[in-house]
Design a protein around this ligand. Sequence first.
Ligand SMILES: [Zn+2]
Length: 253
Amino acid sequence: MNSYKCVNCGVAASALYKTYGPSVLKLTKCESCKGVIDKYIEYDPVIVMIDLVLMSKEAQRHIIYNTEFKSYWKLFIILIMLETYGVWRNDSLFNIAINTVCNIKNNSTMNSTYITLPINISVPEPWMSDCKGWAYEEKESLDLFIWEKDFYIQFLSIFTVSLARVLKSFSLANMSLLFTLPMLVWGNSDTPPATRLLHYLMVFVYSFIFFYNTFRVLYESPKIVTAVVLTISYCIKYLTTFHMTPFIRKITR
Ligand SMILES: [Zn+2]
């Protein structure tokens, strides 16, 4: 049973420690790199968290291969809801991109951020109807139920897109989404569009690198392949969300 992995070199291992009597425990050494297979089992969870945030591959291997991490699906749901909340509030990098490319400026009640581009980008003609699906009507005039329904539509749409990612390492990498919280909580209508864009761009870059690292730990694929696959999956995810949301909104109307 080689279900564990050495956090330093990634070689499979059969045990993390050996017990000699009720109170004596000895950490197993790796046969390949001669280091301790998993130093993190003796560490405080807070230290593990800090190393995770700093994107240490050792800490990622520890969580992915050497712990049970049973509640990862709870984390997954919470993070998806957070992402949904951002899109629903029209307050995410994705929304900024849509508002800019689709030329949506009219929804004044929400934090709609629109960036004026130096060059003119226009959406392909068949996509224009989906663009219209993203342009909300004035939300204050609608009753609360419809507004809430919209949240579930977003949730459904993002969840459907993310189904393929239901893996614990994905929940782990998705944790970088938590960094969007400060803007979602404290950002208001006075926040300049450039600040908002910069904040979400930074979170995006961080999350991209985090996903990249987790992929490298999980699949041990070459660097360039990982980067290309990741870029393609991001494109597919955002394109699907772009087309999916207006579609679901239409059939639930
Ligand atoms: Zn090793």
